[in-house]
Design a binder for this molecule. Structure first.
Ligand code: PTJ
Length: 256
């Protein structure tokens, strides 16, 4: 952590998180647009009290059950998610037997390689979707996000998409896949298109998913299915929105 922040700084966690993104930018992992996207996320996080709400925790439990139930789960990563929590993404992939695939809105060979390098440094053995491996196409999409790995997202039955940019979630759902999104904005199109949306910061959501996946790993499949059946994404999004609006379960107003 930069010396000027210090662990006693009242906004240390938020400033440290920004530093991770700036470092990611310097390493060629994050794009400038990613820094702006983080600012939007921060604003929602501030309104959520910068903590994992009980509703996010409910979505996290459901998402972990969905990954464990999946036949072929894939964790899709972009620049921001790797800069913020590469090690945790790799750990989650190992616990849930999920493939990790690079899928970028602003795709370039250099970024794909920088992201793959970072994931391998943090323990990934295999990284999908890099270079010519992303040879399949999601025809409905116009952006570079259309390029996917035939052995990864294309084949997946369940895809975890941290920090999504909307169109792809809708396309993946149309392809019959179960989509789990992590998005601090409960009003985004991604949030409403996904079957399970975790309204939380990826820096908290992924570690919580690791704990839940470890806890649920040996649970009977029937019990895991019940967790999924009892979850309503629409209701969960409304509950998160209510917190943002300072409703009955709203956070305390004392903030830095
Ligand atoms: O790395 P690339 O090339 O794939 O580009 C990544 C960005 C983030 C630039 C691209 O996906 C993009 O433009 O995303 P959007 O459309 O700005 O959407 C990002 C969403 O993630 C917004 O709804 C933000 O509120 C949300 N968000 C930002 N930071 C976080 C977050 N959600 C969870 N955790 C965060 N730390």
């Amino acid at each position: 952590m930069h010396r000027s922040i210090g662990i006693r700084h009242p906004r240390a966690v938020s400033l440290y998180t920004r530093e991770l993104l700036v470092d990611g930018y310097k390493k060629g992992i994050v794009v400038t647009e990613g820094l702006i996207a983080h600012g939007r996320g921060e604003a929602f996080d501030y309104l959520l009290g910068e903590q994992t709400t009980e509703f996010a925790q409910d979505a996290i439990r459901t998402a972990s059950a969905a990954l464990l139930l999946a036949n072929y789960p894939v964790i899709s990563v972009n620049g921001n998610s790797v800069a913020l929590c590469a090690r945790q993404i790799v750990e989650l992939s190992k616990i849930t037997d999920a493939v990790v695939e690079v899928n970028l809105f602003h795709r370039s060979k250099e970024r794909e390689i920088a992201i793959e390098k970072e994931l391998r440094k943090k323990g990934a053995n295999l990284v999908y979707g890099v270079g010519s491996a992303a040879s399949s196409t999601i025809s409905e999409l116009q952006s570079d996000r259309r390029r996917v790995d035939p052995q990864g997202i294309y084949k997946a039955d369940t895809v975890l998409v941290p920090l999504e940019d909307c169109d792809r979630t809708e396309a993946l759902v149309k392809m019959g896949k179960k989509v789990i999104a992590v998005d601090l904005n409960p009003l985004s199109r991604t949030a409403s298109a996904a079957q399970i949306t975790i309204v939380d910061n990826v820096v908290r959501a992924i570690p919580h998913m690791i704990s839940e996946a470890k806890r649920l790993k040996d649970t009977d499949r029937g019990v895991l299915s019940q967790i999924l059946q009892q979850f309503s994404n629409q209701q969960n999004l409304s509950q998160s929105l209510q917190i943002i609006r300072g409703g009955p379960n709203g956070r305390s107003t004392e903030k830095q």
